[in-house]
Design a protein around this ligand. Structure first.
Ligand code: C5P
Length: 221
């Protein structure tokens, strides 16, 4: 396409869930199709960006023009993100599992026996928070917030807590999960921009366009 406002820019995107293994056959995870993240990677590439897409386990084709790094766990995703730096913008869309089993069992846990096993969990690294605080911080750090209530208020708090530039809030109380449409609110220091519900591919293009504008603004300063 002729319109390439992200040409020469490096954009890092995380997408999909993470799987946290319990034993060789079992895991805990968050619910995520990866569709919105993959659409954002595709949109950024279409606008000319050099895109690295760090993907959790999803059944989606690699978008044209993106370098894809497949990972499984949050810890793997965290190190892949570090290795992918530097970047001009990072869009963290992955639904990273907040916790992982405290211990991984090399052998399949047997069903035989008495009570079901108790699962002890431990906290995963917060990839977005660590990226926003790192020496290698991209000029624009965008996080996502899937909420079912007080969507905008929670997003504002999350933006501050995670020290990112924008939080893209989406209301997942409906059938956003796994669906093809999304309704987002972009929360930044300037305020809140609410977009109409539209296909995830169009949400991605709208966001990529705003990222291009923001990076151009920074370059002029
Ligand atoms: O705190 P919460 O999980 O709602 O934050 C969502 C945002 O933080 C998303 O951008 C998600 O990709 C990112 N995140 C992360 N690492 C985690 C948890 C969330 O990068 N361990």
């Amino acid at each position: 396409p002729a319109h390439q406002p992200l040409k020469g820019k490096r954009v890092l995107v995380t997408a999909g869930p993470t799987w946290e293994s319990i034993d060789p056959v079992r895991y805990v995870a968050n619910r995520s199709s990866g569709k919105q993240g993959f659409a954002i990677a595709a949109a950024a590439a279409a606008l000319g960006a050099e895109v690295t897409l760090v993907a959790g386990p999803v059944a989606l084709k690699t978008p044209a023009g993106c370098k894809r790094i497949d990972v499984e766990s949050a810890e793997e995703m965290a190190s892949a993100v570090k290795r992918a730096l530097p970047a001009d913008a990072a869009v963290m869309v992955a639904a990273v599992a907040d916790w992982r089993p405290k211990e991984y069992r090399d052998e399949k846990i047997k069903k035989r026996g008495s009570a079901p096993p108790a699962l002890m969990l431990t906290e995963n690294p917060d990839i977005l928070t660590n990226l926003a605080a790192s020496d290698n911080r991209p000029a624009l750090v965008v996080g996502f917030a899937a909420e079912t209530e007080d969507v905008i208020d929670n997003a504002k708090k999350k933006r501050k807590r995670k020290a990112c530039d924008w939080i893209v809030a989406n209301d997942v109380s409906g059938d956003v999960m796994g669906g093809d449409a999304n309704r987002i609110h972009i929360v930044s220091a300037e305020g809140v921009e609410s977009l109409d519900e539209m296909p995830k591919t169009e949400v991605a293009l709208a966001l990529a366009d705003r990222i291009a504008t923001a990076l151009q603004g920074q370059a002029k300063k």
